[in-house]
Design a protein around this ligand. Structure first.
Ligand code: PLP
Length: 974
């Protein structure tokens, strides 16, 4: 009794008077859970680096001239439980009406096993893009399933592993047309969703592509100057139209045909590939992904085999491993921005992997017959309502349709609107007075009654039900070809099977639930459970992006709040949330710059200076924005070559649009010339685009808006805790100084701007991009508060410097600041010399790390043949030590090769990673032990060992023998 009282007194003595009235839960400090190292760890690490305090360390790391010498003005931090309570209140300000608006967004039932085991499971949400295939076979297989789904349903040979949304997928397709046939004019059907048209038009402007919009039957296909045409099937009003003749004429004249379509409809409708389409695009949202007020969802893209080398985005392919086993990996990477830069097929880096995986699993869960039954159900309901409306005296304009009706009501529009409001129902109200009604799998008979009540009609009970005659039945539009015949789509329909399948795939992949993923520039930090929980709140998930804003007050409040916080953190004045990846943000920011210059009558300013060390998305985005890229050299020490920059800025002074620069630099150093650089660019009339991917080194310490930058994107999926999802989703909002604000992205349906007369256009299909994951970043900031955020940045810098120091003597850190001898939040290990001394390359070290249970650092970027490590603040000292010890042990293995103790070709590095099958094989004949292969140091233990499921992958083989869908039963290799 006595003892307990003493403890309690001490507990109370530690808190301030104000805090005493708070419960323990309220006082619990989230920052101490987000940040890995304990106080004693921090002391020890600072000791290693010879610093007395963390402030002293970061004051040396960050140049004096740009330091923010005050605390950020943010709300006091909330505890985790408090946060959920508060966010629930905000979410409830969203009024969830039943929405039959359609336009590419449909409600759906997310199967609960998928919701819980994928969407809410960090084993599926926390990986990066599968750059290291041997420990990513699970999601690679799942993405291959997705490609098979898209390819089968569209009737086209190949599909990619997702794009950002339907609008951008259409834009990518139309740009592909112009690349393929080098013509500069496209024709868009006016029956395509308005947001798709806007995204395509916006893209076309900066690439000088001429756009015509109108009735597709008026397209002058025989004039041979059209690059491509875009049609929608079923179209935005729900009509199923015949494009076969049009496609024939187009083909004869060298014009490509792009069809925007709906995967669910294609289970019963003849697919585009069978009536002459060259490409098909759309969204797979309605296949098991919540509406989420516009995103995130996976956009899909499929095309003919002949166009495969021009496809945008990531694509998964089948190849083989060292033992000849089937294996998956990213195919045809030489098309991509990270290799081809401004010559790339697109700027896509982060896409929508997680959502593509959800849709793939939805299709596996239901199987081909299940999907067809859902489609028939949706179609049947549509048909019944059509009959009832017609019987009730309304005109239904559609002749053939799948799930959408266009109604010309016999009642006054105002009356319909007010009756609909009474039932809390949203329809699509067209400007011509017609009404759009779209059905989906969630529509119940009660809902149908309510819809008909609005129109003052009733269901003809005799005609409803399963046995109706569809108007499609007797037409050429009826699908006759089979789809999803592969076993994977036909053997997981019981819950036991699907849960085991998802777990089997999950178990093949290393994610943040296993170990640190030190991918430089990717900021693989904690994605906390509390931040993730709101993503499943019904008031966030079940909202159509085009509902009247009055119904979305919860979202609007959160956007405003997050905008204010991000402005305070970055020093900018406004934020646009529309871009749904960092690369998309780059494109949007550059377009805003162009628009700003054009508003000053400086149309000629199109030169974009980019250091050669920049991320591949930078030059790729500049190209998309219609700019000409001028590379800027960097010096031996990794810093920008100031003399070359001055020279180039001078040379292009009259035509300078901007400089794109990453800070701290991609080399992991805080250059102290940054403010000077910004001044120089401004002097020549240019703008500064600061790539914000490295904000994790700056939050609370310095602000781009203060030291001269005009616009940045923030990768919310890096610095602000949105998980990477195995290659997306992401959010790439852009922050701008006020002079650029009028030019930010608008939207044709719901504009995020008060006045979008000066907007450069539209970058995403949804007005606020991937709204449904913004609560993650909002929550992070609200729980960390100003001090927590600053501390996180400081610990990120501490962790990187500690690792760099621990590896000293074993490996060389390529770049450090010459004065402070410090790195920023990441650093590059130079391993190039081992090629000469031991025949060992960065890739061998990357693969060998898998045997130690780790994902490799970023490989060969920004410097070929090196490894870039970014530990983030979330990893504690034990984990950093474990990683360092793995690298040190690998260094010893390299030493053994250098010393001639083991062969240069047969050694644990060259033959890594080691699979369980290899190690237990009776045929083991390697010149090193099985134990060394699989349990190379004492940290790797049998009870926690993560086995790579395939051996070293043969990349070249896969690109030569391209297979991008589920191999037909037994693949034939050689
Ligand atoms: C990640 C990254 C990008 C691209 O961001 P995405 O969200 O993947 O499109 C751009 N620049 C840098 C420096 C990055 O690290």
């Amino acid at each position: 009794m006595y003892k307990q009282r003493v403890v309690l007194n001490r507990f109370l003595a530690n808190v301030s008077v104000a805090q005493r009235n708070l419960s323990y839960a309220e006082k619990t400090n989230f920052a101490s859970r987000h940040i890995g190292p304990r106080k004693t760890d921090v002391v020890a690490m600072l000791d290693t680096l010879n610093y007395k305090s963390i402030n002293e360390l970061t004051e040396s790391a960050v140049p004096k001239s740009i330091q923010l010498n005050r605390e950020l003005r943010l709300d006091e931090p909330l505890s985790e439980h408090h946060l959920i309570e508060k966010l629930r209140k905000i979410a409830k300000k969203n009024e969830i009406w039943r929405s039959y608006i359609g336009m590419g967004y449909h409600n759906c039932h997310v199967p609960h096993p998928i919701l819980r085991n994928i969407f809410e499971n960090p084993g599926w949400t926390t990986q990066y893009t599968p750059y290291q295939p041997e420990i990513a076979q699970g999601r690679l297989e799942s993405l291959l399933n997705y490609q098979t789904l898209v390819s089968d349903l569209t009737g086209l040979e190949v599909a990619n592993a997702s794009l950002l949304d339907e609008g951008t997928a259409a834009a990518e397709a139309m740009c592909l047309c112009t690349r393929q046939n080098k013509r500069k004019k496209i024709y868009l059907s006016d029956k395509v969703h308005p947001q798709t048209l806007s995204v395509v038009q916006t893209r076309a402007v900066s690439l000088d592509i001429e756009v015509e919009i109108g009735d597709i039957n008026d397209a002058k296909l025989t004039s041979r100057d059209l690059s491509g045409i875009l049609v929608q099937y079923p179209d935005t009003n729900g009509d199923v139209k015949d494009f076969e003749e049009i496609a024939k004429v187009a083909k004869k004249n060298g014009t490509l045909v792009v069809v925007a379509t709906d995967l669910l409809a294609l289970t019963i409708l003849r697919p585009p590939g069978e009536f002459g389409a060259d490409m098909a695009v759309g969204t797979s949202q309605r296949l098991g992904v919540p509406l989420g007020y516009g995103g995130p969802h996976a956009g899909f893209f499929a095309c003919k085999q002949s166009l495969v080398r021009l496809t945008p985005g990531r694509m998964i392919g089948v190849t083989r491993d060292i033992d000849g086993n089937d294996a998956y990996r990213l195919a045809l990477q030489t098309r991509e921005q990270h290799i081809r830069r401004d010559k790339a097929t697109s700027n896509i880096c982060t896409a929508q992997a997680l959502l593509a995986n959800m849709s793939a699993m939805y299709s596996i869960y239901h199987g081909p017959q299940g999907l067809k039954n859902i489609a028939l159900d949706v179609h049947g309901k549509t048909n019944s309502v059509k009959n009832a409306l017609v019987a009730g005296g309304h005109e239904v304009i559609n002749n053939l349709f799948f799930d959408t009706l266009q109604v010309n009501p016999s009642l006054p529009l105002d009356e319909i609107k007010s009756r609909a409001a009474e039932k809390k129902i949203n329809f699509r109200y067209n400007t011509d007075g017609t009404i759009g009604i779209s059905f989906d799998e969630t529509v119940k008979s009660e809902d149908i009654k309510d819809i008909l009540w609005v129109f003052k009609c009733e269901l003809n009970e005799n005609k409803s039900g399963d046995n109706f005659d569809s108007p499609i039945d007797s037409t050429k539009f009826l699908r006759t070809s089979s789809y999803l015949t592969h076993p994977v789509f036909n053997s997981h329909q019981s819950e036991t099977r699907i849960v085991r399948y998802m777990k089997k795939l999950e178990n093949k992949d290393i994610s943040l639930v296993h170990s640190m993923i030190p991918l430089g520039s990717c900021t693989m930090k904690l994605n906390s459970t509390t931040e993730m929980i709101p993503c499943s709140f019904r008031h966030f998930t079940d909202m159509h992006p085009f509902v009247p804003v009055e119904q979305a007050q919860g979202y609007q409040e959160m956007f405003k709040d997050l905008e204010r916080d991000l402005c305070e953190i970055t020093g900018y004045d406004n934020i646009s949330f529309q871009p749904n990846s960092g690369a998309q943000g780059e494109y949007a920011g550059l377009r805003a710059i162009r628009q700003y210059h054009e508003s000053l009558n400086q149309h000629h300013r199109t030169i974009c200076l980019i250091p050669i060390s920049a991320h591949g998305t930078n030059p790729a985005s500049a190209q998309m924005a219609g700019m000409k890229v001028e590379p800027i050299k960097i010096l031996q020490d990794g810093n920008i070559d100031m003399a070359h920059l001055r020279e180039k800025a001078e040379e292009h002074s009259a035509n300078l649009s901007c400089l794109m620069i990453t800070y701290p630099s991609t080399m992991g150093v805080f250059e102290d010339t940054i403010a000077e650089i910004c001044t120089l660019i401004h002097k020549h009339g240019g703008q500064v685009y600061l790539d914000g991917a490295n904000m994790n080194a700056q939050v609370g310490l310095c602000r781009p808006g203060d030291y001269g930058s005009d616009v940045s994107h923030l990768n919310l999926h890096k610095t602000f805790c949105i998980p990477h999802g195995g290659g997306g989703p992401g959010v790439g909002p852009i922050g701008v100084k006020s002079h650029l604000a009028p030019f930010l992205p608008g939207h044709p349906v719901i504009s995020p701007l008060e006045n979008d007369s000066q907007s450069f256009g539209v970058v995403s299909a949804a007005p606020y991009g991937s709204s449904a994951i913004l609560p993650i970043s909002w929550s992070y900031i609200k729980m960390m508060g100003a001090r927590g955020l600053k501390r996180a940045t400081q610990v990120a810098i501490l962790n990187a410097n500690y690792m760099s120091r621990r590896l000293d003597g074993h490996y060389k850190t390529l770049f450090k600041d010459p004065k402070s001898n410090l790195v920023a939040h990441e650093f590059i290990l130079d391993v190039r010399e081992f090629k000469k001394t031991a025949n060992i390359e960065a890739v061998d070290i990357a693969k060998r790390l898998m045997d130690y249970g780790f994902h490799a650092p970023t490989m060969s970027w920004p410097v070929t043949g090196t490894l870039m490590i970014e530990p983030t603040e979330s990893e504690d000292k034990d984990e950093l030590d474990r990683f360092c010890e793995a690298l040190i042990s690998i260094r010893q293995e390299i030493q053994d090769i250098e010393d001639g103790k083991i062969s240069k070709t047969e050694n644990p590095l060259k033959m890594s990673p080691h699979t369980q099958a290899q190690v237990v094989s009776d045929g083991w004949d390697r010149p090193y032990s099985r134990e060394q292969a699989a349990f190379p140091n004492f940290h790797v233990k049998a009870d926690s060992k993560v086995w790579p499921t395939v051996g070293r992958i043969d990349d070249a083989y896969g690109d030569k023998h391209l297979v991008c869908t589920c191999p037909p039963i037994l693949p034939e290799f050689d």
